[in-house]
Design a protein around this ligand. Structure first.
Ligand code: ADP
Ligand code: TRP
Length: 321
């Protein structure tokens, strides 16, 4: 079984990324061959500063390694170190109906917000399809917002297979119900673009402030809260604290008597402690950047070898070779 997922170097890793994609992907390392990559080509659609891209790319590498990526098990690489993926993007583009891309939520959201659209944003799902298909991926662990892109990938693969004979493996998205959409501090989906994230790494005081800024209603502590499961701090506590601790706080919210400030303080403690290991590993890795670059170089060589085999298969199928 081959598992594949990627993340753009477009900002700091947050709880949504971690629970929606990174943790599930890292857990799958033990169950198959994981290909995990830094989607720097995709970041071209939103980051327009070279130094920022380089810095973010290194940050994602540190994040993945600190959170448990094992270079001996997983193939870890930078998307742009495998330029074959852009050739496959063109081949797939030529079979991709415009309507398929016009229906994509992420593209429609940008249009509805009046964000100026360029061709890269429109074609983004085709590059993502090439990412997935060029490694014969079976399982793609992602958050819910990426589900449609994996479905588009399947549609494009089917079109190619029908036109030129079976060439590509059809991938399945893997989405965990409990973490499909992690909420941000304002209750909307946690997202870098919405400025409502709780980062995984950073300065303690700033992160504490973020958690204390989670939006609550104005009910008094004494009032019972029968809708406790809708409380944002409690939802996040369920992710970072043992189940019995979260259940106890849910009970106290329901009964009344628990102040939101105390709930948030507890959330901060569990959140902070649960990432103590990754935080220490990240600090250590930051002092060994040669090692980090070496991991990415070795990952790129392995990924490229796989990509070349699949691209050759596709070129033969469609008459380019
Ligand atoms: P962002 O929306 O913050 O820009 P990305 O698009 O870089 O995040 O997402 C990287 C990965 O993290 C994707 O697999 C995405 O589905 C997942 N993800 C992002 N935000 C969330 C969230 N709030 N809940 C669950 N998964 C998420
Ligand atoms: N589009 C994904 C995101 O923003 C990142 C990504 C690029 C990806 N290529 C991929 C994820 C292939 C899974 C598989 O989160």
């Amino acid at each position: 079984m081959r598992i594949l997922s990627g993340i753009q170097p477009s900002g700091s890793l947050h709880l949504g990324n971690y629970f929606g994609m990174m943790k599930p992907a890292l857990e799958l390392q033990a169950h198959g061959e994981a290909y995990l990559f830094i989607a720097d080509y995709h970041s071209m659609t939103s980051v327009f500063d070279a130094a920022e891209r380089r810095r973010n790319t290194l940050d994602v590498a540190l994040d993945f390694l600190a959170c448990g990526l094992e270079p001996k098990r997983a193939v870890f690489f930078r998307q742009s170190d495998v330029p074959e993926v852009t050739e496959l993007t063109w081949i797939l583009s030529s079979l991709t109906p415009m309507g398929l891309l016009e229906r994509c939520h992420s593209y429609k959201d940008k249009i509805s917000k009046g964000i100026p659209i360029h061709h890269g944003l429109f074609a983004y799902p085709v590059l993502m399809a090439a990412d997935i298909l060029i490694y014969d991926s079976n399982i793609v662990p992602v958050g819910k917002d990426q589900k449609q892109h994996v479905e588009v990938t399947r549609d494009i693969a089917v079109k190619f297979n029908e036109a030129y004979g079976t060439t590509f493996v059809l991938p399945e998205p893997q989405i965990r119900d409990a973490t499909a959409v992690v909420p941000g501090v304002d209750g909307d989906k946690m997202s870098k673009s919405l400025n409502n994230t709780i980062p995984i790494f950073g300065q303690e005081a700033a992160l504490r402030k973020k958690i204390m800024s989670i939006v609550m209603d104005s009910r008094s502590p004494q009032e019972p809260k029968p809708d406790a499961d809708k409380n944002l701090a409690l939802q996040l506590l369920k992710l970072v604290a043992p189940a019995e601790v979260a259940a106890e706080f849910e009970r106290r919210l329901r009964e009344g008597g628990l102040g939101y400030g105390d709930l948030k303080k507890t959330l901060f403690e569990h959140y902070w402690n649960s990432f103590a290991g990754p935080r220490a590993r990240r600090a250590e890795l930051a002092g060994h950047l040669d090692y980090v670059h070496q991991v990415l170089r070795e990952g790129a060589a392995k990924a490229r070898a796989t990509a070349q085999v699949v691209l050759r298969r596709a070129r033969l199928a469609c008459g380019l070779d």
